[in-house]
Design a protein around this ligand. Structure first.
Ligand code: MLT
Length: 292
C-alpha cells in the first residue's frame, strides 16, 4: 500500500484493522539501514494476531519515494561539526527529525492517534526523534539493537567513506561491508536463505536514499539526554552477539530509562528480529501485554 505523505509516496504494510485488538495499541515498526520494510516480514506476519502492525519504508528506501526538493548533499570538509548537528544541516537535508515527521504523517494519514513505536538500529535513532516530538502519541517504545549516543569522530569518517562507496559502487557495496556484522557467523554459514535475503535487501536500496540516511546518521543528535525523559513503557532488545551495536549499549539504555526491561536474544547478531524471529516476537508479545 502507498499513501502520499509530506510530498512523497510512502509504501507501507498494515496488517490489520482496528478490530485486531481493541485494547492493544497499533505497533509501528521502523526499519534500520540500509534496509526496508521487508526486514519486518516475520513480525508483520507473526504479530498480526495481537496488534495492528504498521511497517513503512522510510523515504528513499524500498518502494517509498523522496520529495523532489530533497537532494543529498556532497560531504564537504567544511561542514558544520556541531555536537547536535541536526539544527545545522543544509536546507533540504534529511535528518532523524525528517524521518520522524514522515512517520507522524503516516500515522495521521492512517488515523492512528497513538502507537507502540519500535525501531531497529537506525530505526531506534528515529524512534528517539519521534518520541521527543510526539511523546503523547507513544504508548510504548521498543528499542532494538540501537543506541542513544551519536557517532564518534571515527564513526563520522566511516559514514563519509560509505557515502563515497555508495556513490561509486552502489548500495550493495555498503551492504557487503556491513553484512558480516548483521548476522551471526553461524547464521551466515548455515542459513543461506536469511543471509541472501539480507544481502539482497541492502543491495536494492536506491543510492540517493542510502546517502541521505548516511548523512542523517552521521549528523544525528545525541539522544542520551532523552533517556531520562522517557515516560513510556520501554522494551530494549539486543542480539546477544550484536557486533555492530554491542549489548552494553542496550544495558546502558535499560539502566537510564525508568522501568525499562531488557531482553537479550541468544544466537542473534544485529538483525535480531530476522535471525531469531520467534524469540524476538515472543519478547514483543510479552511487552504488548503490559501496554494493552
Ligand atoms: C542500522 O542497522 O540501522 C545501522 O547499522 C545503524 C548504524 O550504522 O549506525
Amino acid at each position: 500500500m502507498k499513501v502520499k505523505v509530506r510530498g512523497f509516496e510512502m509504501a507501507y504494510e498494515d496488517t490489520g484493522s482496528a478490530s485486531t485488538s481493541l485494547s492493544t495499541p497499533p505497533l509501528l515498526l521502523i526499519h534500520g539501514f540500509p534496509l526496508d520494510r521487508t526486514l519486518w516480514a516475520m513480525q508483520v506476519r507473526g504479530l498480526a494476531d495481537v496488534a495492528r502492525v504498521i511497517a513503512p519504508d522510510l523515504r528513499g528506501f524500498g518502494e517509498s519515494g523522496m520529495p523532489r526538493t530533497t537532494s543529498p548533499t556532497v560531504p564537504s570538509p567544511d561542514r558544520n561539526e556541531s555536537t547536535t548537528g541536526e539544527g545545522m544541516r543544509p536546507a533540504g537535508a534529511v535528518t532523524m527529525d525528517t524521518y520522524a515527521d514522515d512517520l507522524r504523517g503516516l500515522l495521521d494519514a492512517l488515523g492512528v492517534k497513538s502507537a507502540v513505536v519500535a525501531g531497529l538500529s537506525m530505526g531506534g535513532y528515529i524512534a528517539f526523534a519521534f518520541y521527543r516530538k510526539n511523546a503523547a502519541r507513544v504508548r510504548g517504545l521498543i528499542l532494538a539493537d540501537t543506541k542513544a549516543g551519536p557517532d564518534s569522530p571515527e564513526g563520522k569518517k566511516g559514514r563519509d567513506d560509505n557515502i563515497l562507496l555508495a556513490r561509486a559502487q552502489g548500495a550493495g557495496a555498503v551492504g557487503d561491508k556491513m553484512l558480516p556484522k548483521m548476522l551471526t557467523p553461524k547464521t551466515a554459514a548455515e542459513r543461506a536463505g536469511i543471509a541472501n535475503a539480507a544481502r539482497a535487501m541492502m543491495a536494492r536500496q536506491p543510492v540517493a536514499g542510502v546517502v541521505a540516511a548516511l548523512e542523517a546518521m552521521r549528523d544525528r543528535a545525541d539522544s542520551t539526554p532523552t533517556l531520562a525523559e522517557i515516560k513510556a513503557p520501554t522494551l530494549v532488545v539486543t542480539g546477544a552477539e550484536d557486533a555492530l551495536i554491542p549489548p552494553k549499549e542496550a544495558e546502558a539504555m535499560r539502566d537510564a530509562i525508568r522501568g525499562a526491561r531488557l531482553v537479550s536474544i541468544p544466537g542473534a547478531a544485529h538483525l535480531a528480529n530476522l535471525d531469531q524471529p520467534d524469540a524476538f516476537n515472543a519478547a514483543v508479545r510479552e511487552f504488548l501485554k503490559t501496554v494493552a
